[in-house]
Design a protein around this ligand. Structure first.
Ligand code: FVH
Length: 295
């Protein structure tokens, strides 16, 4: 096992819910943690747990070789760090702020030109999950910096290096969030239907969980069908059948008078995929209608 403490101190910029959770885990793992937050009061609790609060952003950067950033958004990161670029030489910047791939690439470029190494990260976890294996952290940028700091980063969760291309952790993060929002919107739409019959969300949820867990197993088969364009192999539920039964779903919501806006767009995509000749394919063929111009 590599030594976790191969540098004196880690600085955490941003003590929102996530930055506070990150600092707390690093403290528990015996790292020397320096913190900085725009609103000073948020650092008091961590001070009593052993963190040292920087008196200024300059002080926060000077104190450590490794700077972890967890701010609300990239404009806040840029506004904070652009004026102190001259202090970045030799530092490793690990930016865990959520953003777009374009923002990540832009920030990587100015950090590199300021003489820093840059790792962009996406956290696929809520603060309460941090420090557990279920928390997934995605990284892109300097692979060397990732490998050197992997032991420290792994104290936060399961870490995966995606690519040297700095924007790809952010892109992967957004793709995973897309999948999560699809699940949440389907769940909420289903709750709206079930509650119209006086059945509680709590009674519905164990059934929904069992169903979604079972169906999540089909994702790997879908991925194979998409990558290999083998949409008609081993079809258990044809797209034309699913497009037909989707009518029942729409009819029921409309009759009861519940808006179906969250999932109604699927109807159009299923129908146009069938019209393209994929009637006998499985559901993954809808990808052929939603994909961009890239293969
Ligand atoms: N919380 C979560 O579940 C998700 C999990 C996945 C990753 N996200 C991203 O993590 C970033 C931080 O999220 P957060 O939950 O910690 O957010 P807040 O609790 O709202 O804290 C925001 C911090 O950002 C500071 N801040 C905001 N604007 C500025 C600014 N212009 N200059 C300097 N600092 C700024 C704010 O400071 P203050 O309000 O306490 O003074 C907080 O430290 C985020 O990208 C999530 O998408 C979290």
């Amino acid at each position: 096992m590599k030594n976790k403490r191969n540098y004196a101190s880690v600085t955490v910029l941003g003590l929102g819910k996530m930055g506070t959770a990150i600092s707390r885990i690093l403290l528990k793992e015996d790292f020397q943690v320096t913190t900085w937050n725009r609103t000073r009061e948020k650092s008091y609790a961590l001070e009593s747990e052993g963190a040292s609060s920087a008196v200024s952003i300059e002080d926060a950067i000077i104190k450590s070789e490794v700077i972890i950033i967890s701010l609300l958004d990239y404009p806040s990161v840029d506004a904070l760090l652009r004026p102190v670029e001259n202090l970045m030489t030799g530092k490793l910047i690990i930016n865990l702020t959520n953003g777009s791939p374009m923002q990540a690439c832009k920030t990587a470029a100015y950090m590199l030109s300021a003489g820093a190494r840059y790792l962009d990260g996406g956290i696929m976890a809520i603060p309460q999950m941090l420090g557990q294996r279920e928390a997934l952290l995605l990284f892109s940028g300097s692979e060397e910096a990732f490998r050197i700091n992997e032991v420290m980063l792994t104290t936060l969760g399961t870490c995966k290096f995606i690519s040297k291309e700095p924007g790809l952790a952010a892109l992967s993060d957004l793709a995973l969030l897309t999948a999560m929002y699809g699940m949440y919107s389907g769940y909420l739409q289903g709750v709206a239907l079930i509650k119209s019959a006086g059945i509680s969300a709590s009674a519905f949820t164990p059934m929904a969980t069992q169903w979604l867990q079972a169906m999540s197993k089909s994702l790997s088969r879908m991925s194979e069908a998409i990558d290999g364009k083998t949409y008609t192999d081993n079809v258990g539920a044809s797209l034309s059948m699913q497009a037909s039964s989707f009518e029942n779903l729409v009819d029921t919501y409309q009759t009861i008078g519940i808006p179906i806006d969250l999932i109604l767009p699927l109807k159009k995509y299923m129908e146009s995929t069938v019209a393209k000749g994929y009637a006998d394919a499985n559901f993954s063929a809808v990808f052929e209608t939603i994909k961009g111009s890239r293969p």
